[in-house]
Design a protein around this ligand. Structure first.
Ligand code: ATP
Length: 202
């Protein structure tokens, strides 16, 4: 699954809809200081499910919405759409039905964000798992930000193991196991409650 294009609208400096093709091989983003190169990479991480506004250099998630500047007024929503090539049909179910997958995230002031995959609304978790299974995601080591190399060199062994697990595409399995354990806990608690009630009735 390769990235094909990124469409950004109302996100940080990208007030107007802007489309960036992502060709096979190396993609470079060039431009003067402060023009929004890092914002574009942050848009990519945001649509893949980044949940920490701090790691997007923001003081609240709504800060990613264009705040106004020059003669342009602030926007009330932002949207990022990432198109993935799924010709090899490696996407996990239920997203594996088409040659291209369109993942979008939209945020509106006061309303939070919503995710869609091929137009169908999904949970943040579904999008995070989709990318984790493809050895990618908002924290993927393939997105090498400033200071990241030093961070990995100085990381504790467990942190380094997490990086390797992410690269191997098994981070999603851990997340699914945690979800399954939580469901099991819930079911056990319900069962205990039923037994209490039965005990009282008997
Ligand atoms: P450098 O080359 O210096 O690293 P860059 O091209 O990576 O710069 P960014 O860090 O992506 O630039 O963009 C920074 C700019 O984005 C700042 O001018 C900042 O004011 C602007 N910015 C950040 N959030 C918003 C927002 N919500 N609305 C409008 N502008 C924003």
């Amino acid at each position: 699954m390769n990235f094909v294009k990124l469409r950004v609208a109302g996100f940080k400096t990208f007030v107007d809809a802007t489309e960036a093709p992502i060709e096979p091989g190396l993609t470079g983003i060039v431009g003067p200081n402060g023009c929004g190169k890092s914002n574009l990479v942050e848009a990519l991480r945001w649509v893949m499910g980044e949940s920490s506004f701090k790691s997007l250099r923001a003081s609240g998630m709504e800060d990613v919405i264009f705040a106004g500047g020059g003669s342009r007024p602030a926007r009330n929503h932002a949207e990022v759409v990432l198109t993935l090539d799924n010709a090899d049909r490696l996407a996990p179910e239920p997203f594996n039905g088409a040659d291209e997958i369109e993942v979008s995230r939209r945020i509106a002031r006061g309303l939070g964000s919503t995710y869609r995959v091929n137009g169908r609304e999904v949970r943040a978790r579904d999008v995070q798992l989709l990318f984790a299974d493809a050895s990618s995601g908002p924290r993927s080591p393939s997105l090498v930000g400033q200071g990241r190399v030093g961070e990995i060199i100085n990381a504790r062994p467990e942190q380094r193991r997490r990086i390797l697990e992410e690269a191997a595409g098994i981070a999603g399995l851990h997340a699914r196991r945690r979800e399954a354990e939580q469901r099991l806990d819930g079911a056990e608690q319900n069962l205990a409650r039923v037994e209490d009630v039965l005990g009282q009735l008997g």
